[in-house]
Design a protein around this ligand. Structure first.
Ligand SMILES: Cc1cc2nc3c(=O)[nH]c(=O)nc-3n(C[C@H](O)[C@H](O)[C@H](O)COP(=O)(O)OP(=O)(O)OC[C@H]3O[C@@H](n4cnc5c(N)ncnc54)[C@H](O)[C@@H]3O)c2cc1C
Length: 488
């Protein structure tokens, strides 16, 4: 063994002893087999190395760990449920790092009935928070496929969106305050839950969406909503994407802004779903070109009231507007869920799309957003360009908020290697720029989109982000090489 290696090994051993002294030996994982699940991401695209995986259970432990790593020059990669899709929670190989798992910080600290807020620690799983709130007859809206394993800290760090942003906004809009450990180990306590607090720069908003690069979120206070008393879930076959976009506002106007989800599920995606999961099919008899999964919900007693036929006011209003859309030729067919089972089948279909695409073949996924008026323009140009370059495409989207998950795919994994992916990406980003879109809508930048960030983010914004990063994390120990590309 060379002399150069020995001091580093000694330093690591000393660090591990000190980490064990903070959280207990059981919660410092150093064996490769124990760490394996923390060192590869959900997509299996990104993997890395770490000195240890450390699992604190309290904020003061996180603070001590950050101070310790800072003085040892060891980087910290926060991790929640490890369901992120941009590789942001996985350390780089060769950079001395620990993974700081928040999974043991899973206490719901406080419920405020009058203020309709809840304070939860970062490691609370999204679905567990929803169940807790549901038991108290309120509602916490965030909704997407990973809800059973992602942490609320992770949703904050990525400013996650999902299916009901059209009604409730991204995670940022749901959060009233944070507790976080900053890169120098100091604790920022912003858990007051105040709705008005104009006392300067908003650290909460800096930390939300910072993907672990500015500090570790340890707890948050969230707004809660009245529980919908009635919901109607339907699968629509529209004549075109433009007709679907117009339908959104018609339904919003008719139902008092009650659209909770408006999800685009076109024919090729229905095909891929059926191939991967034969039991998951469109509920409509005939072929569907432009499918939309629609959900409306209301917490108003008058909307939940049933008439003589048993139909609620909300359902009646929805049926009326659907009939009008059929008469005007925009809507071809519709199936309305008549039981909770049918509703959950429709949602299972939507939430299985990502897995179906990954099974279909090799793929590259754009996570983009556009003004609603430009969506069909983008799809038309992009589909033509992709076909000309030999790609198939599988596109889904949270159409109600303008977010498309556009995947270039090829069922033949060998042929995929011969396709001009770089050219397709270039063309797609150029088209997005022309149509005022964003190259990263909700999954974040992590490590997967760093090159795009460097190339396309406005230089003035990139410089400001780098200055903020330097000011808060001068030693660069918080999740280095993620989100903010280095200056050239
Ligand atoms: C099947 C599936 C469907 C999905 N659908 C959607 C969707 O519709 N909409 C959407 O927005 N996202 C979606 N996602 C991705 C989504 O971003 C994540 O599921 C979730 O937000 C990440 O939470 P996590 O706890 O797993 O975070 P992780 O994957 O552990 O981490 C994600 C990032 O946050 C950082 N981080 C994690 N915890 C903290 C913390 N406490 N403090 C500071 N930084 C932290 C990590 O360092 C990393 O950069 C989906 C993922 C899957 C697998």
């Amino acid at each position: 063994m060379s002399e150069a290696v020995r001091p580093l090994k000694d330093a690591s051993a000393a660090l591990i002893d000190e980490l064990c002294a903070i959280v207990g030996e059981k919660h410092v994982l150093i064996d490769a087999a124990d760490m394996a699940g923390y060192l590869i991401d959900w997509t299996r695209q990104f993997s890395g190395d770490a000195i240890a995986v450390v699992r604190p259970s309290r904020t003061d432990e996180v603070s001590r760990i950050v101070k310790l790593c800072g003085s040892a020059g060891v980087c910290i990669v926060p991790q929640g449920g490890n369901t992120g899709l941009a590789g942001g929670g996985i350390p780089s190989s060769g950079t001395p790092s620990i993974v700081l798992s928040l999974s043991r910080m899973n206490t719901i600290r406080h419920f405020d009935e009058a203020g309709r807020t809840v304070v939860a620690e970062a490691g609370v799983v999204l679905e567990a928070l929803q169940a807790y709130v549901d038991e108290r007859e309120l509602f916490f809206p965030l909704m997407f496929g990973a809800k059973g394993s992602c942490s609320i800290g992770g949703t904050l760090a990525t400013n996650a969106g999902g299916s009901n942003v059209v009604r409730y906004g991204n995670t940022r809009e749901l959060c009233l305050g944070l507790e976080a450990v900053l890169p120098d180990g100091s604790v920022f306590n912003g858990l007051t839950g105040l709705r008005k607090d104009n006392t300067g720069y908003d650290l909460k908003d800096l930390l939300i969406g910072s993907e672990g690069t500015l500090g570790i979120i340890t707890a948050a206070v969230f707004r809660l909503f009245p529980k919908p008393l009635t919901r109607v879930t339907a699968f629509l076959s529209m004549t075109s994407v433009d007709a679907a976009v117009q339908a959104l506002n018609r339904i919003q106007d008719r139902t008092g802004q009650s659209v909770e989800a408006f999800e685009y599920v076109p024919a090729p995606v229905l095909g891929a779903l059926e191939k991967a999961f034969p039991e998951l099919r469109s509920p409509l008899e005939g072929p569907v070109e432009t499918g939309v999964l629609l959900e409306v919900g209301s917490s108003r007693v008058s909307d939940a009231k049933a008439d003589d036929t048993g139909s609620t006011h909300l359902a009646t209003e929805l049926l009326l507007v659907l009939e009008e859309m059929m008469e005007s030729g925009d809507l071809l067919d519709a199936a309305i869920a008549t039981s909770e089972q049918q509703r959950s089948d429709l949602w299972r279909m939507r939430e299985s799309v990502l897995e179906a695409i990954l099974e279909y073949g090799a793929s590259y996924h754009f996570d983009i957003s556009l003004p609603l008026a430009n969506i069909s323009w983008f799809l038309q140009e992009m589909d033509e360009m992709a076909a000309a370059l030999g790609f198939e495409t599988l596109t889904i989207g949270h159409l109600g908020d303008g977010n498309l998950h556009y995947a270039l795919v090829c069922s033949d994994r060998e042929r995929w290697q011969t396709l001009a992916l770089g050219r397709a990406k270039e063309k797609a980003f150029e088209l997005l720029r022309r149509l005022n879109g964003s190259f990263s809508a909700e999954h974040g930048i992590g490590q997967s989109k760093l090159d795009v960030m460097r190339a396309l983010k406005e230089p003035a914004q990139l410089d400001a982000m780098r200055a903020i990063k330097r000011a808060l994390d001068p030693e660069g120990i918080m999740n280095p090489g993620r989100l903010v590309p280095l200056a050239e």
